[in-house]
Design a protein around this ligand. Structure first.
Ligand code: BGP
Length: 462
């Protein structure tokens, strides 16, 4: 029998969701870019399902949070929607119903013995701010985001002790400005780089705001790290992989933890004439306002080789100029999501943070496996037997544990996601939850993995 894996005392066992993916649009005074996109092009969303109802959390948070307590979670991350909390974006004035709702959610979390971790941005920019100012292209929007954050801190900081500024900010850059998987689906390298900078600036400014009051509590950022693995040890492949790592991971990781951008990335952007516009004062804010902790979302690695054929960019700029992705022979795949499964990366991430990022406190803030058609696995008692998900988690936890044993400062493991939720353009195609949702009647049922995580959380290991 395998030896029991024991995790550090006080380890967070939990799960993550977001406002736009769980709440539904009920009583929301403003629309986010995703609300707007769905209203204008519903055919782009799997089965035509949008964010209108999601998993109905706005109406069922009390019973949902009770269920999460029932499956043993001791912590939960969700996000406060800018479009729900704020009535007036220019002043940061709060909406009454938004305040009531998030107050209740926080209180219910605590009542159910779960530490709330509150995130401030999960791809849900208000559409008005895109239309009026160009969204994250604008530094005025950076300042409006700080006003929203300030309002949230004033209202909820007495009970919320862990905050994060952004979830996966690089996805905003990739989805909206490079690879066309989020609205407005532009392909514009120069704007992409400015947005990358502005998001870093926004995170640092919010941290500055948070630290002003000298109250207790900690603030971090959630980054999706997709470690780049080079095809070979050739000089060319290694350089390609380093540039990919710098663009997709370190462009946020370095400023967040060390207060500065990776040098190689700056050199490349300068050489190609696409460096962002910055001021001395802003760079000082970034330098001085680094995170207290890191959240790491890990799903898949990136396999990289040097470019074999030059890309025809037609005058545009793309980071892909410097590398190509390739398919690792014999790789394991999640066929539903099209992502490689490579649990070993959990260890590599743990050691990278330990050795190159001051061994900063960090936790896995998302890890999970989306599966289509889970009804196939319903047993006679009506429970989905998702053994594949349990195996996936176990394997990833084994490699995480190895990193912790070697001294990496990891304080928790959150899966994506507690209750099957709405996943952007994939809508409800792939299910990730410990708890399933019947979309016809919103009935929620604990899956086998929900029973499993309860044992793990109780035993602080498995
Ligand atoms: C992460 C996002 C989540 C969630 C998850 C699953 O990148 O932070 O919001 O959606 O991925 O991915 P997907 O929904 O694309 O299957």
């Amino acid at each position: 029998m395998n030896k029991k894996l024991e995790f550090p005392k006080g380890f967070l066992w939990g799960s993550a969701t977001s406002g736009p993916q769980s709440e539904g649009r009920f009583n929301k005074k403003h629309d986010s870019v995703f609300d707007y996109w769905f209203d204008t092009e519903p055919e782009l969303f799997f089965d035509g399902v949008g964010p209108n109802v999601a998993s109905n959390f706005y109406n069922s948070y009390k019973s949902d949070l009770k269920m999460l307590n029932e499956i043993g979670l001791n912590s939960l991350r969700t996000s406060i929607q800018w479009t729900r909390l704020i009535k007036d974006f220019e002043t940061g004035e709060a909406d009454e119903d938004g305040v009531r709702f998030y107050n209740d959610v926080i209180d219910e979390c605590i009542k159910n013995n779960m530490i709330p971790i509150m995130n401030l941005h999960h791809f849900d920019l208000p559409i008005e701010l895109y239309e009026k100012y160009g969204g994250w292209e604008s530094k005025h929007v950076v300042d409006l985001f700080c006003k929203f954050a300030k309002t949230a801190f004033e209202l909820f900081r007495d009970r919320v002790k862990y905050w994060t500024t952004f979830n996966e900010p690089i996805v905003v850059v990739e989805g909206e400005y490079l690879y066309q998987f989020h609205y407005p689906k532009l392909v514009d390298g120069k704007k992409a780089v400015q947005v990358l900078y502005n998001l870093n600036l926004a995170s640092a400014k919010v941290i500055e705001e948070f630290k002003k009051d000298n109250l207790d509590g900690e603030i971090g950022i959630i980054l999706n790290l997709t470690p780049a693995y080079p095809r070979s040890d050739s000089k060319e492949d290694l350089l390609a992989s380093k540039i990919a790592d710098d663009f997709f991971n370190n462009s946020f990781l370095d400023p967040a933890v060390k207060g500065e951008f990776p040098k190689l990335l700056l050199d490349v952007l300068k050489k190609d004439n696409v460096l962002f516009e910055s001021t001395e004062e802003e760079l000082k804010i970034i330098k001085e306002n680094t995170v207290d902790f890191l959240g790491v979302n890990y799903y898949q690695p990136r396999r990289v080789k040097a470019r074999e054929k030059e890309l025809d960019l037609k005058g545009n700029w793309m980071p892909d100029k410097y590398f190509e992705n390739y398919e690792m022979p014999n790789r394991r795949m999640n066929p539903y999501r099209g992502w490689e499964i490579y649990p070993e990366a959990m260890y590599d991430i743990a050691i990278n943070i330990k050795e190159n990022y001051n061994n900063i406190p960090w936790f896995i803030s998302e890890n999970g496996m989306g599966v289509e058609g889970e009804e196939r696995y319903i047993n006679n008692d009506g429970v989905i037997e998702d053994d594949y998900r349990i195996d996936f988690y176990k394997e990833h936890l084994e490699f995480l544990h190895k990193g912790i044993e070697e001294g990496s400062n990891c304080f928790g493991y959150h899966t994506w996601t507690p209750i099957d939720c709405w996943s952007w353009c994939n809508a409800y195609k792939n299910r990730y939850g410990f708890i399933s949702v019947n979309l016809k009647n919103q009935i929620k049922t604990i899956k086998k993995s929900g029973r499993w995580i309860k044992e793990v959380s109780l035993n602080n290991g498995f």
